[in-house]
Design a protein around this ligand. Sequence first.
Ligand code: ADP
Ligand code: ASP
Ligand code: MG
Length: 406
Amino acid sequence: MAVIVQKYGGTSVGSLDRIANVARRVAARKDQGNDIVVVVSAMAGETDRLIALAKEIFPIPNDRELDVLISTGEQVSIALLAMTLERIGLKAKSYCGWQLPITTDSAFGAARVTNINTNRISEDLGNGYIVIIAGFQGVNDHGEITTLGRGGSDTSAVAVAAGLKADVCEIFTDVDGVYTTDPNIVPEARKIKTIAYEEMLEMASLGAKVLYIRAVEFAMRHKVPLIVRSSFNDNEGTLVTEESSDMEKESVRAVTCSTKEAKITFMGIPDVPGTASQLFMALAESSVVVDTIIQNSSEEGKTDISFTLPQSDLEKGLEICRGVREILGADRLSGSKDMAKVSIIGLGMRSHTGVASTMFAALAREGINIEMISTSEIKISCVIKRKYAELAVRVLHDVFELEKPL
Ligand code: ADP
Ligand code: ASP
Ligand code: MG
Protein backbone atom coordinates (compact mmCIF):
# COMPACT_ATOMS: atom_id res chain seq x y z
CA MET A 1 0.00 0.00 0.00
CA ALA A 2 1.45 3.37 -1.01
CA VAL A 3 1.19 6.57 0.97
CA ILE A 4 0.34 9.41 -1.40
CA VAL A 5 0.25 13.11 -0.55
CA GLN A 6 -1.80 15.18 -2.96
CA LYS A 7 -1.93 18.97 -2.98
CA TYR A 8 -4.69 20.91 -4.71
CA GLY A 9 -4.19 24.63 -5.42
CA GLY A 10 -6.69 27.48 -5.24
CA THR A 11 -8.13 27.13 -8.74
CA SER A 12 -8.63 23.40 -8.20
CA VAL A 13 -10.82 24.07 -5.12
CA GLY A 14 -12.27 27.36 -6.40
CA SER A 15 -15.96 26.30 -6.20
CA LEU A 16 -18.10 23.51 -4.75
CA ASP A 17 -18.15 21.86 -8.20
CA ARG A 18 -14.38 21.88 -8.29
CA ILE A 19 -14.17 20.52 -4.77
CA ALA A 20 -16.48 17.70 -5.91
CA ASN A 21 -14.04 17.06 -8.78
CA VAL A 22 -11.16 16.88 -6.29
CA ALA A 23 -13.17 14.50 -4.11
CA ARG A 24 -13.74 12.17 -7.09
CA ARG A 25 -10.02 12.14 -7.88
CA VAL A 26 -9.09 11.47 -4.27
CA ALA A 27 -11.68 8.69 -4.09
CA ALA A 28 -10.27 7.05 -7.22
CA ARG A 29 -6.76 6.94 -5.72
CA LYS A 30 -8.09 5.61 -2.44
CA ASP A 31 -10.00 2.90 -4.35
CA GLN A 32 -6.71 1.69 -5.78
CA GLY A 33 -5.73 0.76 -2.22
CA ASN A 34 -3.56 3.77 -1.31
CA ASP A 35 -3.39 5.80 1.88
CA ILE A 36 -4.22 9.36 0.90
CA VAL A 37 -3.34 12.65 2.60
CA VAL A 38 -4.67 15.77 0.89
CA VAL A 39 -3.27 19.26 1.39
CA VAL A 40 -5.44 22.11 0.10
CA SER A 41 -5.10 25.82 -0.57
CA ALA A 42 -7.73 28.46 0.01
CA MET A 43 -10.39 28.82 -2.69
CA ALA A 44 -9.09 30.90 -5.61
CA GLY A 45 -8.89 34.61 -4.78
CA GLU A 46 -9.65 34.14 -1.08
CA THR A 47 -6.19 34.95 0.29
CA ASP A 48 -6.04 38.11 -1.85
CA ARG A 49 -9.51 39.09 -0.64
CA LEU A 50 -8.51 38.71 3.01
CA ILE A 51 -5.29 40.69 2.55
CA ALA A 52 -7.23 43.49 0.84
CA LEU A 53 -9.68 43.59 3.78
CA ALA A 54 -6.80 43.93 6.25
CA LYS A 55 -5.21 46.69 4.18
CA GLU A 56 -8.48 48.63 4.22
CA ILE A 57 -8.00 48.97 7.96
CA PHE A 58 -4.32 49.90 7.78
CA PRO A 59 -1.89 49.66 4.82
CA ILE A 60 0.72 47.72 6.81
CA PRO A 61 -1.32 45.26 8.89
CA ASN A 62 0.01 43.79 12.12
CA ASP A 63 1.85 40.68 10.93
CA ARG A 64 0.59 38.37 13.70
CA GLU A 65 -3.04 39.34 13.09
CA LEU A 66 -2.61 39.14 9.33
CA ASP A 67 -1.57 35.49 9.68
CA VAL A 68 -4.57 34.77 11.93
CA LEU A 69 -6.74 36.27 9.19
CA ILE A 70 -5.24 34.80 6.02
CA SER A 71 -4.87 31.29 7.42
CA THR A 72 -8.68 31.07 7.54
CA GLY A 73 -8.96 30.57 3.76
CA GLU A 74 -7.44 27.09 4.02
CA GLN A 75 -9.62 26.20 7.01
CA VAL A 76 -12.70 26.72 4.84
CA SER A 77 -11.43 24.47 2.04
CA ILE A 78 -10.40 21.56 4.27
CA ALA A 79 -13.81 21.39 5.90
CA LEU A 80 -15.66 21.65 2.58
CA LEU A 81 -13.54 18.87 1.07
CA ALA A 82 -14.02 16.62 4.12
CA MET A 83 -17.81 17.13 3.93
CA THR A 84 -17.81 16.41 0.19
CA LEU A 85 -15.84 13.18 0.68
CA GLU A 86 -18.21 12.06 3.43
CA ARG A 87 -21.13 12.80 1.13
CA ILE A 88 -19.77 10.26 -1.37
CA GLY A 89 -19.33 7.65 1.33
CA LEU A 90 -15.70 8.05 2.36
CA LYS A 91 -14.26 8.57 5.82
CA ALA A 92 -12.42 11.90 5.93
CA LYS A 93 -11.04 14.14 8.67
CA SER A 94 -9.62 17.65 8.32
CA TYR A 95 -6.90 19.38 10.33
CA CYS A 96 -5.55 22.91 10.65
CA GLY A 97 -1.79 23.24 11.00
CA TRP A 98 -1.91 23.87 14.77
CA GLN A 99 -3.95 20.75 15.41
CA LEU A 100 -1.26 18.33 14.24
CA PRO A 101 0.87 20.43 14.86
CA ILE A 102 2.95 21.67 11.93
CA THR A 103 5.53 23.66 13.87
CA THR A 104 7.27 26.68 12.35
CA ASP A 105 9.60 29.49 13.36
CA SER A 106 8.04 32.86 14.22
CA ALA A 107 8.56 34.73 10.94
CA PHE A 108 4.92 35.71 10.41
CA GLY A 109 4.02 35.76 6.73
CA ALA A 110 7.11 33.77 5.72
CA ALA A 111 7.53 31.14 8.42
CA ARG A 112 9.71 28.06 7.93
CA VAL A 113 8.51 24.61 8.88
CA THR A 114 10.66 23.21 11.69
CA ASN A 115 8.77 20.02 12.52
CA ILE A 116 5.68 17.99 11.64
CA ASN A 117 3.99 15.72 14.11
CA THR A 118 2.52 12.90 12.01
CA ASN A 119 0.98 10.91 14.89
CA ARG A 120 -2.63 11.88 14.24
CA ILE A 121 -2.22 11.50 10.47
CA SER A 122 -0.80 7.98 10.80
CA GLU A 123 -3.48 6.96 13.29
CA ASP A 124 -6.29 8.21 11.03
CA LEU A 125 -4.79 6.58 7.94
CA GLY A 126 -4.61 3.33 9.92
CA ASN A 127 -8.33 3.68 10.64
CA GLY A 128 -9.19 4.09 6.97
CA TYR A 129 -9.60 7.89 6.89
CA ILE A 130 -8.55 10.25 4.15
CA VAL A 131 -6.67 12.97 6.01
CA ILE A 132 -7.07 16.54 4.82
CA ILE A 133 -4.60 19.19 5.95
CA ALA A 134 -4.77 22.96 5.61
CA GLY A 135 -1.87 24.19 3.51
CA PHE A 136 0.05 27.43 4.05
CA GLN A 137 -0.25 27.46 7.85
CA GLY A 138 1.53 26.32 10.97
CA VAL A 139 2.04 27.28 14.58
CA ASN A 140 5.13 28.58 16.37
CA ASP A 141 6.48 27.40 19.73
CA HIS A 142 4.30 29.98 21.52
CA GLY A 143 1.07 28.68 19.97
CA GLU A 144 0.73 31.58 17.52
CA ILE A 145 -0.65 30.87 14.05
CA THR A 146 1.87 31.47 11.26
CA THR A 147 1.73 31.34 7.46
CA LEU A 148 4.44 30.09 5.13
CA GLY A 149 4.53 32.75 2.38
CA ARG A 150 2.36 33.17 -0.72
CA GLY A 151 2.15 29.87 -2.56
CA GLY A 152 3.17 28.12 0.66
CA SER A 153 0.65 25.26 0.47
CA ASP A 154 3.19 23.58 -1.79
CA THR A 155 5.63 23.64 1.13
CA SER A 156 3.03 22.16 3.49
CA ALA A 157 2.46 19.27 1.07
CA VAL A 158 6.15 18.50 0.65
CA ALA A 159 6.77 18.80 4.39
CA VAL A 160 3.91 16.39 5.14
CA ALA A 161 5.21 14.00 2.46
CA ALA A 162 8.70 14.14 3.97
CA GLY A 163 7.34 13.63 7.50
CA LEU A 164 5.31 10.60 6.44
CA LYS A 165 8.04 9.29 4.12
CA ALA A 166 5.31 9.19 1.47
CA ASP A 167 5.93 7.39 -1.80
CA VAL A 168 5.12 10.50 -3.82
CA CYS A 169 3.89 14.07 -3.47
CA GLU A 170 1.53 15.06 -6.28
CA ILE A 171 0.98 18.78 -6.83
CA PHE A 172 -2.30 19.29 -8.70
CA THR A 173 -2.73 22.67 -10.31
CA ASP A 174 -4.31 24.40 -13.31
CA VAL A 175 -1.57 23.37 -15.80
CA ASP A 176 -0.58 19.77 -16.46
CA GLY A 177 3.10 20.06 -15.62
CA VAL A 178 6.17 22.24 -15.61
CA TYR A 179 6.65 23.83 -19.03
CA THR A 180 9.62 25.32 -20.83
CA THR A 181 8.06 28.66 -19.90
CA ASP A 182 4.71 29.85 -18.55
CA PRO A 183 2.22 28.28 -21.02
CA ASN A 184 -0.19 31.10 -20.27
CA ILE A 185 2.32 33.54 -21.81
CA VAL A 186 3.79 31.38 -24.58
CA PRO A 187 1.22 28.86 -25.88
CA GLU A 188 3.98 27.01 -27.80
CA ALA A 189 5.71 26.13 -24.50
CA ARG A 190 6.47 22.42 -24.17
CA LYS A 191 5.86 20.24 -21.14
CA ILE A 192 9.06 18.97 -19.51
CA LYS A 193 8.93 15.27 -18.61
CA THR A 194 11.57 15.22 -15.89
CA ILE A 195 13.35 18.14 -14.31
CA ALA A 196 16.16 18.23 -11.74
CA TYR A 197 15.56 19.74 -8.29
CA GLU A 198 18.36 22.26 -8.97
CA GLU A 199 16.75 23.44 -12.21
CA MET A 200 13.32 23.65 -10.58
CA LEU A 201 14.82 25.59 -7.69
CA GLU A 202 16.25 28.18 -10.07
CA MET A 203 12.98 28.32 -12.01
CA ALA A 204 10.95 28.82 -8.83
CA SER A 205 13.26 31.54 -7.53
CA LEU A 206 13.29 33.32 -10.89
CA GLY A 207 9.55 33.66 -11.40
CA ALA A 208 7.97 30.30 -12.39
CA LYS A 209 5.17 30.30 -9.87
CA VAL A 210 4.09 26.72 -10.64
CA LEU A 211 6.01 25.53 -7.55
CA TYR A 212 6.95 27.57 -4.49
CA ILE A 213 10.69 27.79 -3.98
CA ARG A 214 10.72 26.56 -0.40
CA ALA A 215 8.73 23.49 -1.39
CA VAL A 216 11.39 22.61 -3.96
CA GLU A 217 14.16 23.24 -1.40
CA PHE A 218 12.42 20.97 1.08
CA ALA A 219 11.83 18.27 -1.54
CA MET A 220 15.47 18.38 -2.60
CA ARG A 221 16.77 18.17 0.95
CA HIS A 222 14.49 15.28 1.89
CA LYS A 223 14.54 13.62 -1.56
CA VAL A 224 10.75 13.73 -1.91
CA PRO A 225 9.73 12.84 -5.49
CA LEU A 226 7.39 15.57 -6.72
CA ILE A 227 4.94 15.28 -9.59
CA VAL A 228 3.19 18.35 -11.00
CA ARG A 229 -0.13 17.49 -12.67
CA SER A 230 -3.45 19.01 -13.63
CA SER A 231 -6.53 18.55 -11.49
CA PHE A 232 -8.65 18.88 -14.64
CA ASN A 233 -7.31 15.98 -16.74
CA ASP A 234 -5.34 12.74 -16.45
CA ASN A 235 -2.33 13.80 -18.53
CA GLU A 236 1.06 12.63 -17.45
CA GLY A 237 2.70 15.41 -15.42
CA THR A 238 6.28 16.47 -14.74
CA LEU A 239 8.52 14.60 -12.33
CA VAL A 240 10.87 16.75 -10.24
CA THR A 241 13.73 14.55 -9.13
CA GLU A 242 17.50 14.16 -8.88
CA GLU A 243 19.57 15.09 -11.90
CA SER A 244 20.54 12.54 -14.53
CA SER A 245 23.02 12.78 -17.38
CA ASP A 246 20.41 13.11 -20.16
CA MET A 247 19.20 16.37 -18.59
CA GLU A 248 22.45 18.03 -19.69
CA LYS A 249 21.86 17.35 -23.39
CA GLU A 250 20.12 20.66 -23.99
CA SER A 251 21.90 23.85 -22.99
CA VAL A 252 18.71 25.64 -21.94
CA ARG A 253 15.65 23.89 -20.54
CA ALA A 254 13.43 26.77 -19.47
CA VAL A 255 12.86 30.52 -19.61
CA THR A 256 11.37 32.37 -16.66
CA CYS A 257 10.45 35.92 -15.91
CA SER A 258 9.87 37.83 -12.74
CA THR A 259 8.09 41.14 -13.16
CA LYS A 260 8.07 42.35 -9.59
CA GLU A 261 11.59 43.77 -9.57
CA ALA A 262 12.86 47.24 -8.70
CA LYS A 263 16.30 48.79 -8.97
CA ILE A 264 18.21 51.32 -6.87
CA THR A 265 21.30 53.11 -8.20
CA PHE A 266 23.93 55.15 -6.38
CA MET A 267 26.06 57.32 -8.68
CA GLY A 268 29.36 58.69 -7.46
CA ILE A 269 29.55 57.03 -4.06
CA PRO A 270 32.99 57.06 -2.34
CA ASP A 271 35.11 54.13 -3.49
CA VAL A 272 36.72 53.27 -0.16
CA PRO A 273 36.79 50.03 1.83
CA GLY A 274 33.55 49.58 3.77
CA THR A 275 31.13 51.40 1.44
CA ALA A 276 29.36 48.30 0.16
CA SER A 277 29.44 46.76 3.60
CA GLN A 278 27.72 49.80 5.23
CA LEU A 279 25.10 49.99 2.51
CA PHE A 280 24.15 46.32 2.40
CA MET A 281 24.37 45.91 6.17
CA ALA A 282 21.82 48.70 6.60
CA LEU A 283 19.51 47.03 4.07
CA ALA A 284 19.90 43.60 5.68
CA GLU A 285 19.14 45.01 9.13
CA SER A 286 15.78 46.15 7.78
CA SER A 287 15.17 42.76 6.12
CA VAL A 288 15.32 44.16 2.59
CA VAL A 289 16.28 41.25 0.35
CA VAL A 290 18.80 42.43 -2.23
CA ASP A 291 19.29 40.40 -5.38
CA THR A 292 21.59 41.30 -8.30
CA ILE A 293 24.37 43.78 -7.42
CA ILE A 294 26.64 45.64 -9.83
CA GLN A 295 29.54 47.91 -8.93
CA ASN A 296 31.41 49.81 -11.64
CA SER A 297 35.16 50.20 -11.65
CA SER A 298 36.32 53.26 -9.78
CA GLU A 299 37.04 56.64 -11.34
CA GLU A 300 38.69 59.36 -9.26
CA GLY A 301 37.80 57.74 -5.97
CA LYS A 302 34.12 57.38 -6.77
CA THR A 303 32.05 54.48 -8.05
CA ASP A 304 28.47 53.55 -9.03
CA ILE A 305 26.50 50.78 -7.35
CA SER A 306 23.17 49.35 -8.57
CA PHE A 307 21.14 46.56 -7.08
CA THR A 308 17.73 44.98 -7.52
CA LEU A 309 15.18 44.31 -4.79
CA PRO A 310 11.51 43.26 -4.67
CA GLN A 311 9.28 46.01 -5.98
CA SER A 312 7.29 45.93 -2.74
CA ASP A 313 10.45 46.92 -0.82
CA LEU A 314 11.45 49.85 -3.05
CA GLU A 315 10.19 52.63 -0.75
CA LYS A 316 11.74 51.04 2.30
CA GLY A 317 15.01 50.46 0.40
CA LEU A 318 15.15 54.06 -0.81
CA GLU A 319 14.53 55.36 2.69
CA ILE A 320 17.50 53.36 3.99
CA CYS A 321 19.67 54.47 1.06
CA ARG A 322 18.88 58.13 1.75
CA GLY A 323 20.22 57.59 5.27
CA VAL A 324 23.35 55.90 3.92
CA ARG A 325 23.86 58.74 1.43
CA GLU A 326 23.78 61.28 4.26
CA ILE A 327 26.60 59.44 6.00
CA LEU A 328 28.76 58.45 3.02
CA GLY A 329 27.82 61.09 0.45
CA ALA A 330 26.94 60.27 -3.17
CA ASP A 331 26.33 62.40 -6.27
CA ARG A 332 22.98 60.85 -7.08
CA LEU A 333 20.52 58.25 -5.80
CA SER A 334 17.65 56.94 -7.90
CA GLY A 335 15.04 54.19 -7.80
CA SER A 336 13.12 52.54 -10.60
CA LYS A 337 10.21 50.25 -9.99
CA ASP A 338 9.31 49.04 -13.47
CA MET A 339 11.92 46.35 -13.89
CA ALA A 340 11.79 42.66 -14.80
CA LYS A 341 14.25 39.84 -14.71
CA VAL A 342 14.27 37.34 -17.54
CA SER A 343 16.30 34.16 -17.07
CA ILE A 344 17.37 31.06 -18.94
CA ILE A 345 17.97 27.88 -16.94
CA GLY A 346 19.50 24.49 -17.68
CA LEU A 347 21.98 22.00 -16.23
CA GLY A 348 23.48 21.80 -19.74
CA MET A 349 24.94 25.30 -19.37
CA ARG A 350 27.76 23.70 -17.41
CA SER A 351 29.02 22.04 -20.58
CA HIS A 352 27.66 24.10 -23.52
CA THR A 353 29.41 27.26 -24.69
CA GLY A 354 28.00 30.34 -26.41
CA VAL A 355 24.77 30.33 -24.43
CA ALA A 356 25.23 33.82 -22.98
CA SER A 357 26.15 35.39 -26.32
CA THR A 358 23.08 33.81 -27.97
CA MET A 359 20.88 35.22 -25.21
CA PHE A 360 22.34 38.75 -25.39
CA ALA A 361 22.21 38.81 -29.21
CA ALA A 362 18.54 37.73 -29.24
CA LEU A 363 17.60 40.52 -26.83
CA ALA A 364 19.67 43.05 -28.77
CA ARG A 365 17.91 42.17 -32.06
CA GLU A 366 14.64 43.24 -30.44
CA GLY A 367 16.16 46.47 -29.12
CA ILE A 368 15.88 45.29 -25.50
CA ASN A 369 18.52 46.94 -23.33
CA ILE A 370 20.11 44.75 -20.68
CA GLU A 371 20.61 46.79 -17.50
CA MET A 372 22.18 44.10 -15.31
CA ILE A 373 23.39 40.55 -15.74
CA SER A 374 23.87 37.81 -13.17
CA THR A 375 24.88 34.22 -13.66
CA SER A 376 25.25 30.97 -11.80
CA GLU A 377 26.46 27.61 -13.03
CA ILE A 378 23.03 26.75 -14.44
CA LYS A 379 21.32 30.10 -15.15
CA ILE A 380 21.79 33.51 -16.75
CA SER A 381 19.51 36.39 -15.74
CA CYS A 382 19.13 39.81 -17.35
CA VAL A 383 17.41 42.75 -15.72
CA ILE A 384 15.41 44.70 -18.30
CA LYS A 385 12.55 47.23 -18.42
CA ARG A 386 9.27 45.56 -17.48
CA LYS A 387 7.54 46.64 -20.71
CA TYR A 388 9.82 44.22 -22.60
CA ALA A 389 9.27 41.23 -20.29
CA GLU A 390 6.83 39.21 -22.41
CA LEU A 391 8.67 39.96 -25.62
CA ALA A 392 11.96 38.86 -24.05
CA VAL A 393 10.43 35.57 -22.86
CA ARG A 394 9.06 34.80 -26.35
CA VAL A 395 12.29 35.72 -28.08
CA LEU A 396 14.44 33.58 -25.77
CA HIS A 397 12.04 30.64 -25.94
CA ASP A 398 12.27 30.89 -29.70
CA VAL A 399 16.03 31.33 -30.05
CA PHE A 400 16.79 28.29 -27.88
CA GLU A 401 14.13 26.31 -29.81
CA LEU A 402 12.37 25.21 -26.67
CA GLU A 403 9.08 24.50 -28.44
CA LYS A 404 10.69 21.68 -30.45
CA PRO A 405 9.87 18.16 -29.25
CA LEU A 406 13.01 16.33 -28.07
P1 ADP B 1 -1.93 26.84 -7.63
O1 ADP B 1 -2.97 27.83 -7.23
O2 ADP B 1 -2.50 25.52 -8.07
O3 ADP B 1 -0.84 26.70 -6.61
P2 ADP B 1 -0.29 28.60 -9.21
O4 ADP B 1 -1.06 29.72 -9.84
O5 ADP B 1 0.49 28.92 -7.99
O6 ADP B 1 -1.28 27.40 -8.98
O7 ADP B 1 0.73 27.97 -10.28
C1 ADP B 1 0.28 27.56 -11.55
C2 ADP B 1 0.59 28.63 -12.58
O8 ADP B 1 2.01 28.75 -12.74
C3 ADP B 1 0.11 28.32 -13.99
O9 ADP B 1 -1.22 28.71 -14.18
C4 ADP B 1 1.08 29.08 -14.87
O10 ADP B 1 0.53 30.28 -15.36
C5 ADP B 1 2.23 29.44 -13.94
N1 ADP B 1 3.55 29.09 -14.47
C6 ADP B 1 4.61 29.94 -14.53
N2 ADP B 1 5.66 29.37 -15.09
C7 ADP B 1 5.29 28.09 -15.41
C8 ADP B 1 5.96 26.99 -16.03
N3 ADP B 1 7.25 27.08 -16.43
N4 ADP B 1 5.28 25.83 -16.20
C9 ADP B 1 4.00 25.74 -15.79
N5 ADP B 1 3.30 26.75 -15.21
C10 ADP B 1 3.93 27.92 -15.02
N1 ASP C 1 -3.60 30.45 -0.18
C1 ASP C 1 -2.20 30.81 -0.16
C2 ASP C 1 -1.90 31.81 -1.27
O1 ASP C 1 -2.79 32.20 -2.00
C3 ASP C 1 -1.29 29.62 -0.23
C4 ASP C 1 -1.34 28.82 -1.51
O2 ASP C 1 -2.29 28.93 -2.29
O3 ASP C 1 -0.43 28.05 -1.73
O4 ASP C 1 -0.77 32.23 -1.39
MG1 MG D 1 0.86 27.89 -6.20
